[in-house]
Design a protein around this ligand. Structure first.
Ligand code: HEM
Length: 214
């Protein structure tokens, strides 16, 4: 017989689904800032071809990009802090943070399993080792984006933060690389969710998962 089992707490689902559009808008407004003015480009790095930039109309929208970026960042930070605080207080962090000394080895075995190169999955609780590393990593990346972003935002007042990032130029590079990291995380995350199926996806919306009795 199948029965419903609570998998994701209500607050965690809210934090997760608030974060998704917020992060998307942070990236979008970041793109508006980056493309507003060619000296902003890191090296001679042109990420998108010109026809793509023209099609999206992302040129010369600096004020709009900055207004959006610097407003939404407060919500992004508040949601992130609330998520981490709730995860600690509810004890959910135990499922999320890799605590086994074998975490990296287990994560590699999960990758091999997902690529159909290994039959068995390593033992796991709520999340496998690869998920634990990815979910903990993405939270640390969020903190890194906020800190490097603040260093670029107020480099005179927060000079010590910029220095901690290795200087203003290096803070910009960190901020940029982390953004690419989110896009890569997103592609793998959504592909994994699609492969895991409807039951798993629904549990992140409704909270419950259908489990069958052995
Ligand atoms: C269309 C976009 C997205 C979909 C469909 C999606 C879906 C899901 C699902 C179904 C889970 C539960 C996984 C499981 O139970 O095995 C999950 C967990 C998670 N996702 Fe996403 N997600 C999306 C976007 C994002 C983004 C943009 C981020 C962060 C950058 C993110 C970070 C996380 C984290 C940290 C967890 C673990 C949450 C916890 O248990 O505390 N997701 N996601």
């Amino acid at each position: 017989m199948a029965k419903l089992k609570l998998k994701h707490l209500r607050a965690v689902r809210w934090f997760h689904w608030i974060n998704f559009p917020l992060l998307a808008l942070m990236i979008w407004s970041g793109v508006l800032i980056y493309w507003a003015y060619s000296p902003y480009h890191i090296g001679s790095f042109h990420f998108f071809p010109q026809w793509f930039v023209s099609a999206l109309g992302i040129n010369n929208r600096l004020a709009e990009g900055m207004a959006l970026h610097f407003t939404l960042m407060w919500l992004f930070v508040a949601n992130g802090i609330a998520y981490v605080a709730y995860t600690i207080l509810s004890g959910e962090w135990r499922y999320l943070v890799p605590r086994s000394p074998r975490a990296f080895r287990d994560a590699w075995q999960v990758v091999l399993h997902d690529l159909h190169l290994r039959r068995e999955m390593p033992a796991q609780e709520k999340y496998n080792a690869a998920q634990q590393l990815a979910y903990t990593g993405i939270v640390l990346m969020g903190a890194g984006s906020v800190l490097s972003g603040l260093a670029i935002y107020k480099p005179a007042q927060l000079w010590w933060l910029a220095a901690l990032c290795g200087g203003y130029t290096s803070a910009r590079l960190i901020h940029f690389v982390l953004t690419i990291g989110y896009v890569l995380f997103f592609l793998v995350h959504v592909a994994q969710v699609a492969m895991a199926g409807w039951n798993n996806f629904r549990s992140m919306i409704a909270g419950y998962e259908l489990v069958r009795d052995e």
